[in-house]
Design a protein. Structure first.
Length: 755
């Protein structure tokens, strides 16, 4: 039987009133009628209400003792995690032509507070990405005469290999699915046109271009500027049972155009990445990097006019821009290509931009006095807010004659050092990041701040939560300081992709479920239940279902492999029509990283998605009188989707369809028969995918029963379900006519108002 802590006193208001009324004959026999509304009865109810409140508080003692015990375990609540995003910056006023290097922690205007994470240089440039899209064989054949004419214009021998200058990420918009900038291009390169701002008058454009070049070459301080570039790789769905490891850097070169030896020949300068500035880890993940630009004299772009430059867009030269307005603003070309000798045929990017900065959902607080020490041991001080970033926290304590001295955070004051003298004098404190509190030592385990000395927060960053997961285009302007302390000019913010990764702080109810599990697994994955519980705690992802496949090696589809553990993870998703939820690469990588740090040393861990088997269903029913036909047929389809859904409330036990359980037509018939309005089931047929067509499953019994067999690592995916009213289900899912279609319907062209 379950262990239920008893109440210290289970009497309630009504019990107390009855008890007091029962005592009236013994204490005041002359009071013979304690009716409602009597002043004495009112006093009885008043004292009963007071007694009920006292008993409620007394019954909280076991609850308080339990929470105190959890606190003694030293397992505090988890703080909130901030949402992060990569944005592109631009001057709000086009007349600003200087280079400004912004200090970190600039404030971004949005529905939630966001700040920049690192130093960023904003240049008076606009970046537009292009690729040299290779022509298809059919296009080359159709344009053979044009290509021959171009060969004569450019003085080439033989038929040239044509390409089209194709913009990617037009107007700074991201492509979440990604564009293969290497695979789709003729030269396996991505080109970024660096354009100066639009001049007030066309005649002034050369001087504006010269000012932009000067800003690049001097950086506003005599040294060449740093070009901040943001890169977001398109992290596609991992292949089925693909082993996900730590992303490795992509060997690429960043190059800038410069003038060659002859008049219009183009040469390239390799740009180095400033050490410590590449948060993308070599284009392995979304991040920013800062490229070291050359001096002003080396920055150059070839003319695009073929009459002036016969080599415009030919060979290894940058792509030709046919737009005269853009061509007149061109300052230089930035090229991204594989390093020589590296066979990189594909690079899928979701977005590339310049003047980029990383932002996260936190606020920086500096120089805040937290309180004054009383000289007692185990003092606690509250920070300005909860959910503090431990990495950014700097706490200082005033000491007599020495001013403020830095003190450092430790995980446990009781484990400072085995040397008692060292532990006694250690300038340390214990941090509760979720609550935002500091606990100082008692003179034995950590030094005690001197009496009347102030405790100060030098710097700390606070914030986080799911509210920061904002959609694209949610951020407005940036208010920041330059590195010299002066205010930066007005800067507009463009947010091409959604901010993600925000997670709310852990609640007490969630902690009460997690902490007992923590005592069982001690942050180590040993049993299947350990893997499930630890997977549910992975930060930054919403886990909908976890299945543990011990001794299963996914690459070989083989069980009974010693030392191997495979974890199948599915993201949380509401019940919806196909497709079923699938984990993307960030989901797999975060779950793998969370578990890999907690598995035994000899364990070979794999984190995989699900192998779905396509399934189609056709069902025919007879309806009861008085029920709407379309409504009942819709409920039949929804009942089948709900039963076969891989997450809750799907499946027979409302926890998702069991892994590896075969789909039997007889079980589906029972589910359809339960739908209100179905009078009789006239037939059901299961289909499996055969290439692009649907093929009915064979019957396994004389009554027509069908079974879709699944392997131990597979789940069904209901891609098509047709419910009809009739005597037999359709025999072909692709041949069901639309009852609302008219055989005489024709397409009517729409004439645009403006040509």
């Amino acid at each position: 039987m379950p262990i239920l802590p008893p109440s210290l006193d289970d009497r309630r208001f009504d019990d107390l009133v009855e008890d007091l009324i029962a005592r009236i004959p013994a204490h005041t026999p002359e009071w013979t009628n304690p009716r409602l509304g009597d002043p004495g009865r009112t006093l009885i109810e008043l004292f009963a209400w007071l007694g009920d409140a006292l008993l409620y508080r007394a019954n909280l003692i076991p609850e308080r003792q339990r929470l105190v015990f959890l606190k003694l375990l030293g397992m505090g609540l988890k703080p909130a995690l901030p949402a992060r995003a990569i944005v592109s910056l631009a001057y709000a006023q086009p007349t600003e032509l200087g280079a400004h290097t912004l200090a970190p922690h600039g404030s971004v205007k949005a529905a939630q507070p966001f700040e920049t994470l690192a130093e960023t240089t904003v240049l008076p440039l606009v970046g537009e990405a292009y690729i040299k899209r290779r022509l298809t064989p059919q296009e080359r054949a159709d344009r053979s005469e044009l290509l021959q004419g171009l060969a004569r214009i450019h003085g080439l021998a033989g038929l040239p290999q044509g390409y089209e200058t194709t913009p990617v990420f037009a107007e700074g918009r991201a492509v979440p699915g990604g564009i293969d900038v290497f695979g789709r291009s003729a030269d396996r390169a991505l080109w970024v046109a660096l354009l100066a701002p639009v001049a007030p008058r066309p005649v002034d454009q050369p001087s504006v271009n010269a000012a932009a070049t000067l800003a690049m070459g001097t950086g506003g301080g005599g040294l060449p500027a740093l070009l901040s570039v943001g890169v977001v790789p398109a992290l596609a769905m991992p292949a089925l049972f693909e082993a996900v490891a730590v992303p490795v850097p992509v060997p690429v070169l960043w190059e800038l155009t410069t003038q060659g030896a002859s008049g219009f020949a183009t040469d390239y300068l390799t740009l180095g990445v400033q050490p410590g500035s590449d948060s993308s880890n070599g284009l392995a993940r979304a991040g920013t990097l800062r490229l070291q630009l050359p001096g002003q004299r080396e920055i150059w772009a070839p003319p695009n006019d073929v009459g002036l430059n016969p080599l415009a867009g030919v060979g290894d030269a940058p792509p030709r821009l046919d737009d005269p307005d853009r061509a007149s603003r061109l300052v230089a070309w930035l090229r991204l290509r594989p390093k020589p000798g590296e066979s990189i045929e594909s690079l899928k990017l979701a977005w590339v931009g310049i003047n980029a900065a990383e932002v996260d959902q936190r606020t920086t607080v500096t120089a805040r006095v937290l309180g004054v020490s009383t000289g007692a041991g185990s003092q606690s001080f509250a920070l300005p807010s909860g959910s503090v970033d431990p990495a950014s926290l700097q706490v200082q304590v005033e000491e007599p004659g020495l001013g403020y001295r830095d003190w450092h955070a430790v995980g446990d004051l009781a484990a400072i050092s085995a040397d008692a003298a060292e532990a006694r004098e250690a300038r340390v404190f214990q941090l509760d990041a979720e609550a935002g509190t500091l606990l100082f030592g008692d003179g034995v385990r950590g030094r005690v701040p001197e009496r009347e000395m102030r405790v100060r927060l030098a710097i700390g960053r606070f914030g986080g939560g799911r509210a920061g997961n904002l959609p694209p285009g949610s951020m407005g302007e940036l208010r920041a300081l330059r590195i010299d302390g002066r205010a930066a000019p007005a800067i507009a913010v463009q947010q091409p992709l959604a901010a993600d990764g925000g997670e709310d702080a852990e609640t007490l109810a969630l902690a009460e479920h997690r902490i007992p599990a923590m005592l069982r697994h001690r942050d180590r994955a040993v049993t299947e239940e350990d893997y499930r519980r630890l997977s549910a705690e992975a930060p930054g992802i919403d886990v909908g279902r976890i299945e543990v496949l011990p001794r299963f090696k996914p690459a070989d589809r083989r069980f009974d492999v010693p030392g191997v553990v495979s974890v199948m993870g599915l993201p949380d998703a509401p019940l919806q029509p196909a497709p079923n939820p699938r984990p993307d690469r960030p989901f797999i990588e975060r779950l793998h990283a969370h578990l890999a740090a907690r598995v035994p040393l000899a364990t070979e861990l794999y984190v995989i998605g699900c192998d779905y088997v396509a399934l189609g269903i056709a069902v025919a029913v007879r309806l009861r009188d008085g029920h709407a036909r379309d409504k009942v047929l819709l409920e039949v389809r929804e009942a089948l989707r709900r039963l076969l859904w891989p997450l809750a409330p799907g499946g027979l036990d409302r926890k998702g369809w069991p892994l590896g359980r075969a789909v039997r037509s007889r079980e589906l018939e029972v589910e359809v028969s339960r739908v209100d309005g179905v009078d009789e089931l006239r037939g059901i047929t299961l289909f499996q995918r055969n290439g692009e067509a649907w093929q009915a499953l064979p019957s396994i019994a004389s009554d027509g029963a069908q079974v879709l067999a699944l392997l131990q690592w597979q789940l069904p995916e209901l891609l098509a379900v047709v419910a009809v009213e009739g005597d037999a289900p359709p025999t072909d899912l692709s041949a069901v006519p639309n009852p609302f279609a008219d055989d005489n319907a024709v397409a009517v062209p729409v004439v645009p108002e403006v040509c």
